[in-house]
Ligand binder design. Structure first.
Ligand code: 5GP
Length: 138
């Protein structure tokens, strides 16, 4: 496994660049996606250094799924989302753009994913307002 310690999520984990945080525990961090595909699009990452699912320990995978559940429930409650889509890309061949394992937790339906992947930056205040609703529902 060749993990790049300077990838953007490693920098977020080290506190070197900011994120709009939703939730954190010993093994995971959840924050808003800066280029969301629907309103409320969040990311859950392990603190463990792993590029893809195939590099991730079972314990970290389990911790990520527990956090995904928390965030998804809060999106349903806080944003009134009818459904929650999970997306998880492994390797550049799948279109993964950040080489640190992450699960996209996307409120809405698969048909709502009209915005292109990792392309359009959202307004920070809009993201913060959505984040506040999710956090309040945690
Ligand atoms: P991937 O293509 O690797 O599955 O997804 C990477 C995700 O990270 C994309 O949805 C993209 O919008 C998001 N992203 C990229 N850079 C940043 C950043 O600096 N901060 C945050 N919060 N999200 C980012």
């Amino acid at each position: 496994m060749s993990y790049d310690n300077n990838n953007i999520f490693a920098k977020i984990l080290r506190g070197e660049i900011p994120c709009i945080k939703l939730y954190e525990d010993t093994h995971t961090l959840a924050f808003m996606d800066i280029m969301p595909q629907t309103d409320g699009h969040a990311l859950v990452i392990p603190k463990e250094a792993a590029e893809t699912l195939f590099d991730l320990s079972d314990a970290a995978a389990q911790a990520c799924m527990a956090t995904v559940r928390k965030i998804g429930e809060a999106q349903k409650k806080g944003l009134g989302a009818d459904g929650v889509v999970l997306m998880q890309l492994n390797g550049p061949g799948a279109g993964q753009t950040v080489p640190h394992f992450h699960i996209h937790v996307i409120p809405g339906s698969i048909g709502d994913l009209r915005r292109p992947h990792a392309t359009v930056m959202a307004d920070q205040n809009h993201l913060k307002a959505l984040a506040a609703k999710i956090v309040a529902a945690l």
